[in-house]
Design a protein around this ligand. Structure first.
Ligand SMILES: *[C@@H]1O[C@H](CO)[C@@H](O)[C@H](O)[C@H]1NC(C)=O
Ligand SMILES: *[C@@H]1O[C@H](CO)[C@@H](O)[C@H](O)[C@H]1NC(C)=O
Length: 522
């Protein structure tokens, strides 16, 4: 648009419906690295479209346009550095560790720390926003910022929203076919699984509230200006304009969604770019056998890996024909076989897009599974915590992945799974077929997110697309009250009919029997 003057540009923007220079707050001070990666493409795209953005995040994102102002209230290591050893958590069990209150204690500590940063109060005092976009997952304790700015809000769920998030929009999920995000179920459940799914889904939602709501309310009411006048969390969340979920019906199980709950899964996926030279040489010279990418993500630190587990990986790698590039925090490792290269940092999508790749060994984080599908690479999933079990289950049920349990991993099991995934062509065929499917959309996930963000801005919170279901409670929503009434009424009618019948019956019977006795006497 270089040849247009500012008025023409403004005219075009207003015809397109987007107003230049809306002010948007990205509120994710308590987010892990992978959560931030979900937001970055949207932030960049909105910034490039001329919106003014303030980003409160524990990571300073690179390559952002000048319209994006970044403020780091706390560092991401303040947050993830104190998460208990993931391998220990795995032994404890996903559900138990997620519901363990002491595992969220560090979140509250981190939250107090961010409230002690004076930069926050500068923003609160000096800025005005037209929209707040918040990472809903762990940022409850800053929810008071939304009513402080009296702005509409968009909640972002970095995964397919668990029911306690989608309930906010009146978009209740049926436990009969939507598996709880932290269970290892697919969308086809036996009676027992549906029973467990239904109960645990509710238990989890209640427990989540208990872990976060009271403490978080207390915190923002204490620290924010005029905090005691801010509404409580239910009111703030219930007034949200929209939710973006990082899911895709092809990969996550299809589920009914209201128009204010929008799937934008895979916003961060992109075509491959050129690799750094030394890495490219290592991968390109892997020949016909190709190579394997091995990464356990950003939270799991390799140093936490038990020594015997590390040795199992090394021994198996030394026996296979493929080269292996392994994301590991140190430069070297004893007994490293020549076909294995360690790397502290990897441009994961560019490695996944390399033509020689044969397999991706991953913890099964959502972003990693989305990337492997986008680039059509089979997956060996080694889930550790959170939604990783579910992601790997979904990948398995889609036919492009197999799972290995880290706790009881053996050389034989690991080796046979790797060989199966590489030598049996069905896995790569499935992955490539899915890759075509996720790309076949009327609008890219990022364009979709930008469109609906500007939609909320244009229509001042878009109150018209709210479902009345938001205001119904559990019993009303599932018409349990009406069902109870109908059953009660039916019961009453049946009772009355029975009563009448018995009375009529008794009367006729007693008449007959009196006749009978008469007859006998005669
Ligand atoms: C919760 O986690 C802590 C350490 O993270 C552990 O000591 C404790 O036993 C756990 N509690 C339960 C009930 O699992
Ligand atoms: C609800 O959101 C609208 C904008 O979408 C805002 O104007 C209003 O103040 C909010 N109400 C409460 C109680 O926060």
């Amino acid at each position: 648009m270089a040849h247009l003057n500012i008025f023409q540009t403004l005219l075009i923007f207003s015809l397109l419906g987007a107003s230049l220079g809306d002010k948007i707050l990205f509120l994710l001070p308590l987010a892990s690295r992978s959560h931030v990666h979900v937001f970055e493409p949207l932030m960049k795209a909105l910034g490039e479209r001329g919106h003014e953005i303030v980003n409160l995040s524990p990571i300073v994102s690179k390559n952002m346009p000048q319209t994006v102002k970044q403020i780091q209230l706390i560092k991401v290591d303040d947050l993830t550095g104190k998460i208990p050893d993931p391998f220990e958590q795995r032994k404890m069990g996903t559900l138990r560790s997620m519901l363990n209150t002491s595992s969220v204690e560090h979140m509250h500590v981190a939250c107090i720390k961010l409230y002690e940063n004076p930069q926050l109060y500068e923003v609160l005092k000096n800025e005005k926003f037209d929209l707040v976009i918040i990472d809903i997952f762990l940022n409850y304790c800053v929810l008071g910022v939304i009513p402080h700015f009296k702005a509409p809000s968009i909640l972002v769920s970095t995964m397919a929203a668990p029911s306690h998030f989608s309930n906010i929009f009146g978009n209740r999920l049926q436990p009969s076919f939507v598996p709880c995000s932290f269970l290892k179920y697919t969308d086809q459940m036996s009676f027992l699984e549906r029973l467990i799914n239904t109960v645990l889904d509710s238990v989890f939602a209640l427990r989540w509230d208990k872990m976060f709501v009271a403490r978080s309310e207390e915190m923002y009411k204490k620290y924010l200006p005029n905090g005691d006048q801010l509404p409580n969390i239910d009111t703030i969340l219930g007034n949200s304009s929209m939710m973006f979920m990082n899911s895709h019906f092809t990969l996550n199980y299809p589920r009914p969604l209201l128009p204010d709950v929008i799937e934008v899964g895979g916003m961060h996926t992109r075509p491959t770019k050129k690799l750094p030279k030394d890495l490219d040489d290592f991968l390109s010279n892997s020949g016909n056998d190709g190579f394997i990418l091995f990464s356990l993500g950003s939270i799991v630190k390799a140093k936490d890996m038990p020594e015997e587990t590390r040795k199992i990986f090394l021994k198996v790698f030394s026996r296979i024909k493929q080269r292996v590039v392994w994301k590991w925090e140190t430069e070297s490792m004893p007994d490293l076989p020549p076909n294995v290269k360690l790397s502290k940092w990897l441009p994961q999508q560019d490695v996944l897009g390399h033509p020689n790749i044969r397999l991706f060994m991953t913890h099964g984080g959502l972003l990693s599974t989305q990337e492997s599908v986008y680039h059509g690479v089979p997956v060996l999933g080694i889930p550790i915590f959170g939604d990783q079990d579910l992601n790997v289950m979904q990948a398995e049920s889609r036919g492009y992945a197999k799972m290995v349990e880290i706790i009881d991993i053996t050389e034989e099991k690991l080796e046979s799974t790797i060989l199966e995934l590489i030598n049996n062509p069905t896995y790569v065929q499935k992955a490539q077929a899915l890759s075509k499917l996720v790309k076949d959309l009327p609008q890219s996930p990022l364009d979709k997110a930008v469109y609906w963000t500007e939609y909320v801005l244009r229509h001042k919170g878009a109150l018209h697309i709210r479902s009345a279901a938001r205001d119904l409670n559990f019993f009303q929503y599932y018409v349990l009250d009406v069902t109870a009434f109908i059953l009660g009424a039916l019961g009453l009618i049946i009772y009355l009919i029975l009563c009448c019948c018995t009375r009529i019956f008794r009367r006729t019977f007693s008449k007959k029997s009196t006749k009978n006795t008469h007859f006998k006497k005669e």
